[in-house]
Design a protein around this ligand. Structure first.
Ligand code: ATP
Ligand code: MG
Length: 357
């Protein structure tokens, strides 16, 4: 499919199963990582039965004050990883994508982020951190590979090996850097979270909870390194017997709704959605101020859980953003107050919806 709309907010409208989220997902593949559904590469293409993995690609022309680019990415014959071309040049580094295109997204799967799976929360946090610290993704991958090998060695009973010590060294170095980066970015985000653009979208405070994150708040990095190295040595026996290790891979965060002075997990569903929107908008303002970047915004099921008043405020905020927003909805009438300002596209009919004032 070719998408070629420049500038105005775009609303993809259609019934359940029409293909709205698929389009947002395609756009999300123009950035590094696994896209907005966190899907496995084999699940991205159209399912055509057991062991049949068709090829797929997304091609986009992007326009911004920082330059125009042609980006292509997808699975090609014979490759195990997705391939990327930027302005006709192949690259193996997905981080190159972040140099030319960025987008932020919210999906219905995140609606219960504050109450649900801590792994999903950590992924959400790390995606924010990656936008500011390009090395964060590599450190996470290295930490996770070292942890896997360390657990494997222990469970095979190889407790004396030098290899084990070298893996512990990698866990300490990457672990401290990961946690320090999370603390740094959350700290930088706090001033943007403190100032809400609209009373319907609350100010928020993010508090990191995690062994190293909490230790780094009160102690220097060297002391925390020693503490974590000691913890790893002491945890060898318990992990060899199938126990778990605490570290950056188990860190979490809580969010405070400042106006209500209430933890996000106790807020109503609509209040939680408003908090999530506040966080995404704060991230966008931080990227614009600190990095001269203006990410595209993808909002799947944009109206879900928001009352009419909050929806109206949201659309006003979105219209004032110096970037393009792509939204989906099953109900085109939610845009009734914004006729002519939001381009509506009927996904089923593959054509622009006529808007009558
Ligand atoms: N990998 C895949 N292979 C085949 N079909 C798929 C795949 N992924 C999604 N689909 C199908 O594509 C269709 C469109 O899905 P999509 O999630 O984009 O719908 P939607 O318009 O967002 O619907 P909703 O309003 O329910 O969120 C669905 O019928 C879905 O089952
Ligand atoms: Mg959908």
């Amino acid at each position: 499919m070719t998408l070629g709309v420049v500038g105005d907010p775009v609303a993809l409208v259609g019934h359940n199963g029409a293909g709205k989220t698929n389009i947002l997902e395609a756009i999300s593949y123009l950035t590094p990582g696994r896209g907005l559904r966190s899907a496995r590469l084999s699940d991205v293409a159209r399912h055509m039965g057991e062991d049949v993995y068709p090829l797929w690609s997304v091609v986009a022309d992007t326009y911004s004050p920082f330059g125009d680019n042609k980006i292509g990415t997808g699975m090609v014959e014979g490759a195990e990883r997705r391939q990327t071309r930027i302005n006709g040049k192949s690259t193996t580094r997905q981080s190159d994508l972040a140099e030319v295109f960025r987008c932020l997204w919210l999906t219905p799967a995140q609606d219960r982020l504050f109450c649900g799976d801590p792994n999903a929360r950590r992924r959400f946090l790390d995606r924010i951190v990656q936008a500011f610290d390009p090395n964060h993704a590599n450190r996470l991958a290295d930490y996770s590979a070292a942890l896997k090998q360390w657990l494997c060695l222990l469970r095979e009973g190889r407790t004396d090996s030098l290899w084990l010590e070298s893996l512990e060294q990698q866990l300490v170095e990457n672990g401290i850097a990961i946690s320090a980066s999370r603390l740094d970015i959350v700290g930088r985000l706090s001033s943007y979270l403190d100032v809400s653009p609209d009373p319907n979208f609350p100010s928020a405070e993010i508090h990191l909870t995690g062994l190293l994150e909490e230790a780094l708040e009160s102690q220097g990095a060297v002391l925390v390194e020693d503490m974590f190295a000691g913890r790893l040595k002491n945890a060898r026996k318990i992990c060899a017997e199938g126990g778990n290790l605490t570290g950056p891979h188990t860190a979490d965060f809580t969010v405070l709704h400042k106006q209500q002075n209430r933890s996000a997990d106790l807020c109503s569903t609509g209040e939680q959605k408003a908090l999530l929107i506040s966080i995404i908008l704060a991230e966008m303002r931080a990227q614009m101020a600190e990095q001269d970047r203006c990410p595209l915004l993808l909002l799947d099921e944009v109206g879900a859980h928001l009352d009419a008043n909050r929806r109206h405020s949201l659309f006003e905020i979105l219209l004032a953003l110096p970037t393009q927003v792509w939204m989906t909805t099953t109900e085109s009438q939610i845009f009734a107050d914004f006729t002519g300002q939001i381009m509506q596209f009927d996904v089923q009919e593959n054509k622009e919806l006529k808007q009558v004032a």
